[in-house]
Design a protein around this ligand. Structure first.
Ligand code: DOR
Length: 445
């Protein structure tokens, strides 16, 4: 049996800070107490460090199979571990699209061999794969993903009758990308008319407008209410959408939940001038007023989860003109530290960061024995120094296969010092262990 004893850290868990030791035996947390004196194979001195449950990122794109020039499960999960992200849920817009059980299982096979972090993959829905969707195993697949607006991968589901059938036939969690296609098409045509082939990136939030988001998400929510479906709306980017969600019932009872991504909390349309296509995402980064309203909804629990939508594209791809440059950017290595910098600025508490990035994804997806620092749970931990020496994100220190970050030049005084994964020290001082692999997530349902 291998044992690790983590001494003298400050545990951030379930709404409180607690100075205590953590004993790990094999893959599980076996004891949390002040002054544990049990002998262990390895003792980690966490004096001055904060210990969070490992981040569970419920929306990433790791590009394998088929788009591995942008990233693959090994490279991107390694970056995740470096950032304190111990579990991820990956999306189906890989090539081929993960829209049959066979293709989906192939992704699980690749991850079982190569993923540095714990993993799950969403089953993709299309206009014509209901039968395949209904074969999805709720015990070992995170959920069903539907693109109700087109993005990378051409997986638009736009047949309303099919949508209603999917919503009313499955009890599984349905996660949706909401942007109204017709609205976007009209806005894009107007921009082309005005700017020809040289549409400036500042048009992105005008083309992929707040109205496009609202129209699509409000429709999806209406359908979920009508059918009783379990709906999770990904990457809320506008103020007007935030009122579609409730905070008067506990998360465990919600049938309609919401996610926000780090970039929508960080950037606003003022940043297009300096960052250009490198902050081009779908849905688009919108106004500072939208950002403020999203923050408010996050803090008052209308928004349940913080994720990244980690979506690497190559530098060459992103360096094209606006219309050709794909949407998306890599963030998984820097999501936790970005939120913790916000915490140090007083915008959110450390406990709330733990709630939104660790506890709530576990509750929302019913992930078995993860997301909390609890005896009997898997030892997935992020040990963080909130008073680290100042360092800067550069091309040299990003681990993403694409080799760039939208945060380049940003200074941090927060650092993930170590990551523990299933009871193993998976990262120490920035070095990710080569012999430490993730497990398939299981779900209590
Ligand atoms: O900006 C985005 N990029 N949004 C998505 O929903 C998909 C993602 C990608 O896969 O590139």
């Amino acid at each position: 049996m291998s044992t690790i004893l983590i001494k003298n850290g400050t545990i951030v868990n379930e709404g409180a800070l607690l100075k205590a030791d953590i004993l790990i035996e094999n893959e599980l947390i076996s004891k949390i107490d002040t002054q544990i004196t049990t002998q262990a194979d390895k003792v980690i001195d966490a004096t001055g460090l904060h210990i969070f449950p490992g981040v569970i990122d419920d929306q990433v794109h790791f590009r394998e199979p088929g788009l591995t020039h942008k990233g693959n499960i090994a490279t991107e999960s390694k970056a995740a571990i470096a950032g304190g992200v111990t579990s991820f849920i990956e999306q189906p817009n890989t090539v081929p699209n993960a829209v049959t059980q066979e293709i989906l299982e192939e992704k699980y096979q690749i991850a079982a061999q190569t993923s540095y972090a714990n993993f799950s993959f969403m089953m993709g829905g299309t206009n014509d794969n209901l039968e395949e969707i209904l074969k999805t195993n709720p015990r070992n697949v995170a959920g069903i993903k539907l693109f109700l607006g087109s993005s990378t991968g051409n997986m638009l589901v736009d047949n309303e009758a099919v949508l209603e059938k999917i919503f009313s036939s499955t009890k599984m969690l349905i996660a949706v990308h909401c942007e109204d296609e017709q609205t976007i098409r009209e806005n894009l045509a107007a921009a082309k008319e005005q700017f020809g082939d040289d549409i400036p990136v500042t048009q992105h939030p005008i083309i992929r407008s707040a109205q496009a988001c609202y129209k699509s998400s409000s429709k999806a929510i209406e359908l979920a209410k009508k059918t009783g479906a379990r709906l999770h709306v990904f990457h809320i980017s506008t103020g007007i959408e935030t009122d579609l969600f409730r905070n008067d019932i506990p998360l465990e009872e919600k049938l309609i939940t919401a996610e926000v991504c780090v970039h929508h909390l960080l950037f606003s349309d003022e940043d297009y001038n300096t960052k250009g296509n490198f902050i081009k995402w779908n849905p688009a980064v919108k106004s500072a007023a939208d950002r403020a309203q999203i923050w408010q909804a996050l803090l008052d629990d209308r928004i349940d989860v913080i994720a990244t939508d980690h979506a690497p594209h190559t530098l060459e791809e992103k360096s094209q003109k606006y219309a050709q440059a794909p949407s998306g950017g890599p963030l998984v290595q820097h999501s936790l530290i970005t939120m913790l910098e916000f915490a140090k600025e007083g915008k959110i508490s450390l406990e709330k960061v733990a709630q939104k990035m660790m506890h709530n994804p576990a509750i929302l997806f019913k992930i078995e024995k993860r997301g909390f620092i609890k005896e009997g749970f898997f030892a997935d931990l992020a040990l963080v120094d909130l008073n680290a020496e100042k360092w800067t994100v550069t091309k040299e220190n990003v681990l993403y296969k694409c080799g760039w970050s939208p945060l380049e030049g940003k200074e941090f005084t927060t650092k993930v010092v170590s990551t523990v994964l299933n009871g193993n020290l998976a990262m120490e001082n920035g070095i990710v262990a080569e012999n430490c692999y993730g497990k398939r997530l299981l779900f209590n349902r």
